[in-house]
Design a protein around this ligand. Structure first.
Ligand code: ADP
Ligand code: MG
Length: 557
């Protein structure tokens, strides 16, 4: 085909696709518009995952009737006027793309009134065309209703997930904006059910409590760094409070919600040596910078930004989090104390720093030989002797393997041992977790969890799998919901569930074990199908053969 300039209707569909990827993108654009309009109250409602209806109402500045059609023109905006403005954007929107894009892929109703005494206006658009416009009174502010999203875009519709999953994206998104704007009162209703409500009192800790539960919020540490080139403020979790994925790290730059690997790394580096592998903190942080110090115009949905001085921002954030954790900003080495059941070790690092040639994955056989336990190292590794040399076993990874095999075996035989709780445990889910819970209730029941609604996103846990009896139940369930909601893994859900349960139910590194417990652990490990690797595929043990030992000590060459 020869090269041709595309017709404008094709162009607008392509552009709409960049802005409106899924229902949550519509919510994002509308909420940002409300915030830009100075709203102090924003109500969001969605039905059918947002495909049937998305409705966002605010009490912001409103749009004058004379400008209403213009608001739906591509690149029509009241937020910037010239090229210079583009370098110092302080509003969330600036491209004038959202309303026209949404109107291209859905039916839109807008009902708006400015604070002046003129009457409000109502307008209805289909496929981007104004079908009706009339005067109608309402309180100052704007309501935009979006119906039948992607109806004429079957390809897009096909890519959407279940209504519950789309709802959970919406819940997550509104939660993020509520965190970024504690002084704005947010109200989120999903399929006629109140999912989130904040007070607008301006207290970040209170908002964190509404989203993640007040118990968690009370444990958060304050982050405050006012006198650097970048001002950093927010809340961060103590090292004892973690999650098994990065869904609980929220970053805002000038209160714009951003996905920033740089900020994630900066915050996580502050926890260096404090968290177990695979554990992540809970972080809510806003970075304030002069608008000239960043470029917000590099991503269609404005979800990514570019800092002019990345290194400066990085160290400001890391330092702020380190100070919140009460640490000196010099990253400290992992402090390990070495007590072994059979005496004290002077310099165990020599063993731990061994070359990868000793990794278990290189061993040809899977079965374990009979092992004689020598002791525990750093309350983390078990030292044992076998017919052919020394074995260092990671107690957490080993127990994970044992639990994983047992959980899956019990599950597949539908013979999960269930333990009732004398005192049911109350748990408050975040709006997003609640949406995941709804889709995975049966799965959880299959694994032995009985969870009953208790009103207001609170739930009662009445039974748990007996294998998890010693673990922290709330932590286990939130981690389980996280892993079920994650899109990253392609493993079947029962495997993911078993992995998550095993990981959180297993004994931790740093836990002292008696000789009896160690022997029991090894005995159980011997009985698993794959004793040498944990369910994540990491080795459970390092083997130093007699030959390798002799070589290391120069007894043989
Ligand atoms: P942008 O936000 O990039 O300016 P939009 O297409 O999202 O582009 O909106 C176009 C214009 O419509 C905005 O610049 C603003 O003037 C007006 N507008 C949109 N939503 C609202 C609202 N909720 N309240 C007041 N004005 C609004
Ligand atoms: Mg906008």
């Amino acid at each position: 085909m020869p090269i041709k300039v595309l017709q404008s209707d094709v162009v607008s569909k392509i552009a709409a696709g960049e802005v409106v990827e899924r229902p949550a993108s519509v919510v994002k654009e509308l909420v940002e518009n409300s915030l830009d309009a100075g709203a102090t109250e924003i109500a969001v409602e969605a039905q059918g995952g947002g495909v049937e209806l998305i409705k966002v109402s605010d009490n912001g500045a409103g749009i004058p009737s004379s400008e209403l059609e213009l608001a739906f023109h591509r690149y029509a905006t009241s937020k910037i006027a010239n090229l210079d403005d583009l370098d110092k954007i302080s509003s969330l929107g600036f491209r004038g793309e959202a309303l026209p894009s949404i109107a291209t892929v859905a039916e839109v109703e807008i009902f708006t009134q400015t604070s002046s005494r003129t009457v409000g206006s109502y307008m209805y658009l289909r496929k981007g065309e104004v079908i009706r416009k009339e005067s109608r009174a309402r309180a100052p502010g704007t309501t935009v209703s979006v119906r039948r999203l992607f109806r004429y875009f079957p390809a897009r519709l096909k890519f959407l997930k279940s209504a519950n999953t789309e709802n959970s994206h919406i819940a997550h998104l509104v939660s993020q904006y509520a965190l970024a704007f504690p002084e704005v009162k947010f109200n989120l209703v999903l399929d006629k059910r109140l999912s989130l409500q904040t007070t607008g009192h301006g207290d970040l800790c209170e908002v964190v409590g509404k989203i993640y539960g007040s118990e968690l919020a009370q444990r958060m540490l304050k982050v405050e760094q006012r006198d650097g080139p970048a001002k950093v403020s927010g809340l961060t979790s103590p090292p004892s409070l973690t999650r098994s994925n990065r869904n609980y790290l929220s970053f805002f730059v000038n209160r714009r919600w951003v996905h920033s690997p740089l900020l994630t790394r900066a915050a996580e580096e502050a926890y260096h040596g404090l968290l177990m592998d695979g554990q992540h903190p809970i972080v809510v942080i806003n970075v304030s910078l002069p608008p000239q110090e960043l470029d917000v115009n590099i991503h269609p949905a404005k979800a990514q930004i570019k800092f002019c001085q990345e290194q400066v921002v990085f160290s400001c954030v890391r330092k702020a989090v380190e100070e919140a954790l009460g640490r000196t900003p010099i990253a400290s080495q992992k402090a390990v104390s070495f007590s072994a059941n059979s005496g004290h070790w002077q310099s165990p690092r020599m063993i731990m720093d061994n070359e990868p040639a000793f990794l278990a994955s290189q061993l040809p056989t899977l079965e374990l030989p009979v092992l004689r336990v020598l002791g525990q190292l750093a309350n983390t590794y078990i030292i044992a002797e076998g017919p052919d040399g020394l074995y260092l076993i990671d107690q957490h990874a080993a127990h994970e393997r044992i639990l994983y095999d047992r959980i899956l075996a019990q599950w597949s035989q539908q013979a999960v041992e269930v333990q009732g709780l004398l005192q049911p445990v109350t748990i408050e889910f975040s709006p997003r977790e609640e949406e995941t819970l709804k889709t995975s209730k049966e799965l959880l029941a299959g694994f032995g969890f009985t969870i009953e609604p208790f009103g207001n996103r609170s739930y009662l846990i009445r039974t748990i799998p007996a294998l998890m009896a010693r673990a922290n139940i709330i932590e286990i369930i939130t981690a389980l919901l996280d892993s079920l909601a994650s899109k990253e893994s392609l493993n079947p859900w029962e495997e993911r569930a078993a992995q998550s349960l095993a990981c959180h139910g297993a004994i931790r590194a740093g836990q002292q074990l008696s000789n009896e417990e160690i022997r029991e652990l090894i005995k159980q490990l011997e009985q698993t199908k794959q004793p040498r690797a944990c369910p994540h595929g990491r080795p459970t043990m390092i083997h130093l053969s007699a030959h390798q030992l002799e070589k290391e000590f120069g007894r043989i060459s």
